[in-house]
Design a binder for this molecule. Structure first.
Ligand SMILES: Nc1nc2c(CCNCC3CCCC3)c3[nH]c(NCCc4ccccc4)nc3cc2c(=O)[nH]1
Ligand SMILES: [Zn+2]
Length: 381
């Protein structure tokens, strides 16, 4: 499995070692201050210093390697200065593996009632109590460094969809200037700064932003501006024309993506890292991902169904509970229902990535890709 690619001993901080490729897909290892990350990797979203409904031990048991923190939320509550005083985010949330934090820009645009944008940064009111805040590239770096993040995202502007060519050009130019300020302000040597490529859904602008952002020497690069309301096929069509053009020996992170099908398509295009709230969010709403497609646990047909969520899954939930019981918990609004469904969905996503890593390492990625796409796009029940 993951050790088939040999040892990660004597890898330097930030080193990205590509062990095997098959087409654009690659099996690699990224070394962080909190240990190696085996890629392709799905990273669990822990917005408010917790991956909702799961303990760190359960995350580890499901194969989680990296947890995401949220600069915007943690800045508002409890504040990065408090978390720093408590020993940093790893100690605060008792997660001692790698942590990646987003830079907060995307969250400001999607959560707060924005007050005003300027060259300097973004002024906004908190979605919690309406208090006024200001985030800039410098402030975002300060917050992420105070949190003790292993992978820090540059402060960018994520354009909504649709956007005109003029809006795209203006925004990606600002994102580039903010990247230079982010790099100048990120002085924490244990942290890896990733740049973010924008450019909307336009290949021409994507390649221009790619050229600008990758002209800045950084340990990794992300694709932002996707999964922002565009028809998903547009992203599927653009990825194979953009991802392979990103630096081959640096990690490629597709932000905010996605469903199991999205992950398979993106790995095939050359993406290494992913994050999305889908597996945790839809679990709490009773939607379960399985190797036979999606299951909606509330369906009446499961009322007396004694079988596991997924006969092909070996997670704690599938080994110990029936669909009937999980349907009962969901309909009763029981907290245990959220916990058990989340454990399964996170385990499924992590197992999907583990199988993808093994398939690439063993030269059978094309077969695995096609098998997954057949399984996942089958109608859901
Ligand atoms: N800096 C930055 N972040 C982006 C993010 C946030 C990624 N998760 C961050 C975690 C850190 C903590 C919180 C999240 C994105 N998320 C999405 N789509 C999510 C779409 C989605 C929403 C709800 C359900 C399913 C899909 N597109 C994104 C684009 C950008 C971007 O350009 N720049
Ligand atoms: Zn399971």
């Amino acid at each position: 499995s993951d050790m088939s690619v040999g040892t990660t001993a004597n890898m330097k901080l930030g080193e990205f070692k590509v062990h095997k490729t098959e087409g654009n897909a690659r099996r690699a290892t990224l070394m962080t201050a909190h240990g190696p990350v085996q890629t392709p990797v799905f990273m669990a979203v822990g917005t408010k210093a917790t991956v909702k409904a799961m303990t760190p031990e359960e995350l580890k048991d499901c194969g989680t390697q990296v947890v995401l923190g949220n600069t915007y939320h943690l800045h508002l509550r409890p504040g990065e200065k408090t978390i720093k005083k408590m020993g940093g985010l790893h100690k605060f949330m008792n997660w001692h593996g790698p942590i990646l934090t987003d830079s907060g820009g995307f969250q400001v645009f999607s959560l707060s009632n924005l007050r005003k944008m300027s060259e300097e940064g973004v002024e906004f009111r908190s979605h919690l109590d309406g208090a006024k805040y200001f985030i800039s590239p410098e402030k975002s770096m300060e917050i992420q460094m105070d949190l003790g993040s292993d992978i820090i995202m540059a402060f960018d502007e994520c354009l909504q969809y649709p956007a005109t060519d003029a809006e795209i050009e203006k925004s990606m130019a600002l994102t580039y200037r903010w990247l230079l300020r982010s790099k100048a302000a990120m002085t924490r040597k244990e942290s890896l700064l990733f740049g973010i490529v924008q450019g909307g859904l336009s290949l021409e602008h994507r390649l221009k932003s790619l050229e600008q952002v990758t002209s800045v020497d950084l340990p990794g690069y992300a694709l932002g501006g996707f999964s922002v309301g565009e028809p998903i096929h547009l992203m599927h069509e653009l990825l194979p024309n953009v991802a392979p053009k990103m630096p081959a020996h640096k990690p490629r992170y597709l932000m905010g993506v996605g469903t199991p099908t999205d992950l398979i398509i993106a790995i095939d295009a050359g993406i290494d890292m992913f994050d999305c709230v889908i597996p945790t969010r839809v679990a709490r709403n009773g939607t379960i991902y399985t190797w036979q497609g999606k299951v909606s646990i509330k369906r009446t047909e499961y009322r007396e169904d004694d079988s596991a969520l997924d006969p092909e899954c070996d997670c704690y939930t599938c080994k110990n509970y029936s669909k009937a019981y999980l349907r009962h918990l969901f309909l009763s609004g029981e907290i245990l229902g959220s916990r058990l469904n989340t454990i399964h969905n996170i385990h499924f996503y992590m197992k999907l990535m583990e199988k993808a890593r093994e398939a690439i390492a063993e030269g059978r990625w094309a077969q695995f890709r096609d098998d997954c796409l057949t399984r996942f796009v089958k109608k859901s029940k």
